[in-house]
Design a protein around this ligand. Structure first.
Ligand SMILES: Cc1cc2nc3c(=O)[nH]c(=O)nc-3n(C[C@H](O)[C@H](O)[C@H](O)COP(=O)(O)OP(=O)(O)OC[C@H]3O[C@@H](n4cnc5c(N)ncnc54)[C@H](O)[C@@H]3O)c2cc1C
Length: 397
């Protein structure tokens, strides 16, 4: 980040609304608070409010189920499985959570798996690589959501309002604005914006509005609002992803392909399949060994996009069929737990020829549209876009 400590001007306690409590939202609030701590007094620390429509932290998602007999859990990270920290800034940022073990490197054994066409045969499994410390992949423990929750807990000057869906900015523009004679949600004189929830109730006036929703939702939020960068929101393409979650009652019940007592142990498989993309073995991750056997499978993004509006039960049946072929289970080694989740906006298509979009700033209105999709669509992108947002706000102070 730039050296804010040398700035001569000081933020005059701006009120900042962040739409979306995923990692981009949480990291933006964290970096804004840190930047302001460096130069301002408590009286002009920005007042940040995060509005999140769900009860949790975005596409970092963990599902678990308990076995009533043993009290043990199955657990699936059904969104992001891991993240990288390739830049020195991000490495430095995550270091405190690595020190306490909340984040841990995942040195997974990775294989390439080609399902067999013949049911009587086992799939072809070749060792591919080990994710090691040189190009580390990190996970959050005990759950993938734990880091997001910790970031939220550490935010001292931020209010997080869950289960609140912000309405499209233009939707309630007919509303009587108490601060000026015209009826609109943006006040040109004060540069403040009034936000509403989806029932039309006011959420307050803000100096800055930062939208971190996936771009399919951001385009709806900013529609007809006169946002100067509206045309750019739809430039990056996002694709869907279906996630299959499988659980077994005991390691002895695992099919041979997953049983490390019968076959070489692997943690992650890249699949040669028209339907499935990757398999992740949850109970072999660091600090996950108390789990009952739990496996998460991501379908391919191109396959998921084609089937994005299909009936979820029909999709689940197709995924189970493909997983059965890949892992070669029979009636005795079939999973006892099966679940399926649809991510409508999962992955940003990264085209090596096109430039990264970056955050979209409307300086007149003081609105910023951000999110992982403004960069390469992963967790590291959330951090980079949070940094850019802080810089953009700082430049105008
Ligand atoms: C299946 C899958 C696998 C992935 N695997 C990896 C991986 O292995 N490694 C990696 O680095 N990344 C991975 N990712 C990507 C990673 O999860 C994302 O980059 C990251 O979580 C995006 O965070 P975000 O805050 O930008 O967006 P989100 O997490 O989508 O957060 C945006 C938030 O905005 C909220 N919102 C939207 N509209 C409104 C509204 N109107 N009002 C209030 N709130 C609203 C949403 O509820 C959501 O919580 C994966 C994603 C998926 C889905």
């Amino acid at each position: 980040m730039t050296d804010h400590a040398s700035c001569s001007t000081v933020l005059a306690a701006p009120k900042i609304a962040i739409i979306g409590g995923g990692l981009t939202g949480l990291l933006t609030a964290t970096l804004l608070a840190r930047a302001s701590n460096q130069i301002s007094s408590p009286s002009n620390t920005p007042q940040i409010t995060i509005f999140e429509k769900s009860r949790s932290v975005g596409r970092l998602a963990t599902r678990y189920r308990s076995d009533s007999e043993t009290g043990k859990n199955w657990q699936w990270s059904f969104g992001a499985q891991f993240f990288t920290a390739k830049t020195a800034d991000f490495q430095q940022f995550i270091a405190p959570w690595l020190d306490i073990g909340l984040l841990q490197p995942w040195c997974a054994e990775v294989v390439e798996l080609t399902p067999a066409n013949d049911r009587a045969k086992l799939p072809d499994i070749h060792s591919k690589e080990q994710w090691d410390a040189i190009h580390a992949r990190y996970i959050s423990t005990p759950k993938m959501t734990s880091w997001g929750r910790e970031l939220a807990t550490e935010l001292k000057h931020t209010t997080i309002v869950f289960k609140t869906r912000v309405a499209p900015l233009a939707q309630y523009s007919h509303h009587q604005n108490p601060q000026q004679s015209q009826n609109q949600t943006f006040n040109q004189n004060s540069k403040q914006t009034e936000l509403f929830d989806d029932t039309g109730a006011s959420l307050g006036w803000f100096d800055w509005v930062i939208c971190t929703a996936p771009n399919g939702q951001a385009v709806e939020l900013m529609a007809d609002s006169d946002f100067s960068q509206q045309a750019n929101i739809t430039k990056p393409q996002m694709q869907a992803c279906y996630t299959l979650m499988l659980g077994w009652d005991d390691v002895q019940k695992l099919p041979e392909t997953l049983n490390s007592q019968l076959a070489p142990q692997w943690d992650v498989a890249y699949l040669n399949s028209a339907v499935l993309d990757r398999i992740f073995i949850e109970h072999q991750k660091p600090a996950h060994d108390a789990l009952l056997p739990s496996v998460t499978i991501h379908a391919r993004n191109d396959w998921s996009q084609v089937h994005v509006d299909d009936d979820i039960e029909a999709v689940k049946a197709k995924l189970l069929e493909a997983a059965k072929q890949a892992l070669n289970w029979n009636d005795d080694s079939a999973p006892s737990q099966t679940d399926c989740h649809r991510w409508r906006y999962a992955a940003t298509i990264v085209n090596k020829d096109t430039k990264e979009l970056g955050i979209l700033v409307d300086e007149t209105k003081q609105w910023i549209v951000s999110g992982d999709w403004c960069a390469t669509g992963n967790i590291e992108s959330c951090y980079q876009m949070a940094q850019k947002t802080v810089e953009a706000i700082w430049q105008t102070q």
